[in-house]
Design a protein around this ligand. Sequence first.
Ligand code: ARG
Length: 457
Amino acid sequence: MKAWGGRFKGKTEPLMERFSASIGFDWALYEYDIEGSKAHAEMLHKIGILDEKEREIIINALEEVKREIQEGEFVFSNALEDIHMHIEARLIDKAGEIGKKLHTGRSRNDQVALDMRMYLKKELGEIRDLLRNVLHSFITRAEKEKETIMPGYTHMQRAQITTFAHHLLAYYQMLKRDLERLIQIWKTVDVLPLGSGAIAGSTIPLDREFVRERLNFSSISENSMDTIADRDFVLESIYSIAMIMIHLSRLAEDLIIFSTDEFAFVSLPDELCTGSSLMPHKKNPDSLELIRGKTSRVIGDLFSIFSLLKGLPLTYNRDLQEDKEPLFHAISTVKDVLSIVELCIKGMSVNREKMKEAVYESFMPAVEMAEYLTLKGIPFRQAHVIVGKLVRDCEDKGKQLRNLKLEDLRTYSEAFDKDIIAHIDPLTILRNRKTMGAASFEEVERQIVAERHYLNS
Ligand code: ARG
């Protein structure tokens, strides 16, 4: 008989059983469900609903159920819908009438909110650790590439000289914000929902503070209806994951481009690439392409939850069961992706010569040439026009800025002096940049030192 069998005359249609079952995916919550049930049983003992013996029987039976699930002995069935009913039914198999006391003052509505929060605390913690490892790998790599000069791009056109370290540290900063966001969201998840009942609490004097302490939550939810109705904590968790994925998808895109023969700035580790079934020469960056591809599915997970919540009346509605698959998918994806990215950052090789060549073959020092004139008192807009003309003439004649003689330069502006040649040397540029956060050797060094300290604190 179903838990609600007393109220029903007819049997449930088998199609409906399959349609409504969530056991196919929510079995993954079993450990939390059992931990929560044990805490609830202890609390029921404390307030006198269970005597010592009953408490012990229930706790032992729950432990046995856990072992059965861990060892693959447990039989799941759609008829029992979800993990909560499976565990309770098995408990009653084992503990008989005593097992029927466990659900006192509890509903699957506050139980599922509890399981999800406990699950998320653990998973977000694991994602945080993986993200930290990735951040470490960026700093280690940036340290090695401090002197590696390369073009920085806007519109995919060479824009200003930078270093590969500065480029990597840009991603580091994005991912560091993601880490901080994850830590904040973890705190909003860390609120005990159990004790809210189905919607409105209970006339049984449940000791929520006891359960909070026992299950290691920082605080207790304030409003029983909010507690069981909202899944903002699921949405925020997926949002924080989607943001990580978006940042890593951009990184993947950069590395895919940089690893083409046309750029040849980096070469990806063989372990993360695949070959072609037909073309013997191919080495494809599939891991990075999949990061890009999987990001779209995680964005889909985020939008599933947005639309799941938007029209729901208070409080619990069965729609909420649909929160799990997107969440589980987003979590398992980001964990794999973070591990892949760490391997990639550690294992890729960098072609410093190619990057340097791309700098020397470019007109990027035009920016510093215009700045030079500005420092000599020429209004910037005018300096821009002078150097613009110079670049155009160089292009027409197939010359580089650095090949120009001082006399040539002075035909464009009297302000050019012999120090201009040194001023537009790429290494001088990276030494001379003055602004905080700039692509300069000094600022990159400062970032590396500061971020090492951040990661180790
Ligand atoms: N499997 C349900 C879910 O994931 C658990 C709560 C069911 N509650 C209910 N009243 N049907 O949301």
